[in-house]
Design a protein around this ligand. Structure first.
Ligand SMILES: *Cc1c(COP(=O)(O)O)cnc(C)c1O
Ligand SMILES: [Zn+2]
Length: 372
């Protein structure tokens, strides 16, 4: 059985007896013991649930699933080098956030929860709303009042209740945290079950490579929900002797909002205080990432680094992808801009690089049309 462990003071809690934070104010990680071997996947469907033992859900009957996951790992070329791209834009709600939402909302069902809240006007909100719709769980999404209508349509159509909060992004955060004192907080940042869903990215990648870890992973670094999940997954695989190493993790940020990049550059050991400027990669424009220190530790332990990309590089990477038939969203293109930059500066010839198309362009068609 899994336990929630406070990242601040180390105090442990049972999943059914706790809210979203420790009495000391700290947020939680998950401690979870399990047995898993690749043989267990034999005969199972090609979804993220084929690693069933590695997922902290007790009873299959609580599983809320669209058969998601096991996204194709497709070879592509950038700057003359071969790169393997996980097609994470092909998830039911259009982004890899479904990995986290599938497990987190299934767990909520297992805990007997009837209503959840989350704060996101973007892909995390859409993913949570989709799984709540399927699992018949009431869902409230908090968004800043000035969020564009287009981004809310998917969330609204799934039947989630939207609370528009006037003021800054911080005011929205304060409002949801207040609601979360009495309603289950299905947060992609605070809730550690989300990361144990996104860790299936690592299991799938390893299996698709013949149960080997790639040399290098190039992933977005906003709140780090894919990056930290990949770190957890590859750490578990290494610990169980299934793979022989942990890949080097490169975290990509938009230069206009790059607290992790500058924090690492200045060797602060924590995110830098930055003034955020608007970026086309709005999905990774996180000025104060909750798990910032964790992300920096994961990247540095893996022997990796952060890369910052500018708006011109993001647009150019976007055009390169769409012109080759992959309609991804601008945030997703920032990661590919990072891939291109990494290859130009660092690539050794024999290195296996894995990255991801994180979100589908159809979600952002209106924005793309107006992209100067
Ligand atoms: C959420 C998201 C990201 C960034 O993920 P973080 O958890 O903020 O690091 C990147 N691309 C897309 C499409 C996303 O939805
Ligand atoms: Zn604590």
């Amino acid at each position: 059985m899994e336990k929630l462990v406070c990242t601040g003071c180390g105090k442990e809690y049972l999943p059914e007896s706790s809210g979203w934070h420790c009495a000391c104010g700290g947020f939680f990680d998950l401690s979870f013991q399990f047995d898993f071997t690749p043989r267990m996947t034999e005969g199972r469907s090609c979804s993220m649930w084929r690693y069933r033992e590695a997922l902290p859900l007790r009873d299959d009957k609580n599983m809320i699933s669209f058969g998601e996951g096991f996204t194709p790992l497709v070879e592509s070329r950038f700057s003359g080098a071969s790169v393997l791209v996980k097609q994470e834009h092909l998830f039911p709600s259009g982004s890899y956030k479904d990995r986290g939402a599938a497990l987190m909302i299934s767990k909520a069902k297992e805990l007997g929860i009837k209503k959840v809240v989350e704060d996101s006007s973007g892909n995390a909100g859409a993913a949570v709303a989709a799984y709540c719709a399927k699992g018949e769980i009431e869902c409230g999404i908090y968004v800043p009042a000035d969020t564009s209508k287009g981004k809310l349509i998917q969330i609204e159509m799934y039947g989630a209740e939207i609370s528009k909060i006037t003021g800054s992004r911080e005011d929205t955060a304060a409002a949801v945290l207040e609601a979360a004192e009495t309603i289950y907080y299905a947060s992609h940042c605070y809730n550690p079950y989300f990361l144990h869903g996104t860790k299936t990215f690592a299991y799938e990648t390893a299996e698709q490579l013949g149960w080997k870890a790639p040399d290098t992973l190039i992933l977005p670094a906003g709140n780090g929900t894919l990056l930290l999940g990949a770190h957890i997954g590859f750490s578990e695989l290494k610990k169980k002797g299934i793979t022989d190493k942990i890949p080097k993790i490169i975290g990509v940020q938009a230069e206009n909002c790059a607290p992790l990049y500058y924090g690492a550059l200045k060797r602060l050991g924590r995110p830098a205080e930055i003034v955020s400027v608007k970026t086309a990669a709005e999905g990774i424009a996180i000025a104060k990432p909750l798990r910032g220190v964790q992300i920096m530790e994961a990247v540095s332990w893996s022997g990796g680094e952060f890369i910052a990309v500018n708006e011109k590089e993001i647009k150019s990477a976007f055009m390169e992808c769409v012109r080759r038939g992959s309609f991804i969203e601008p945030t997703s293109a920032a990661v590919i801009a990072g891939v291109i930059k990494y290859i130009k500066n660092n690539k050794n010839k024999s290195e296996t690089i894995v990255t991801a198309f994180t979100g589908h362009g159809l979600k952002a068609a209106e924005k793309i049309a107006q992209w100067g």
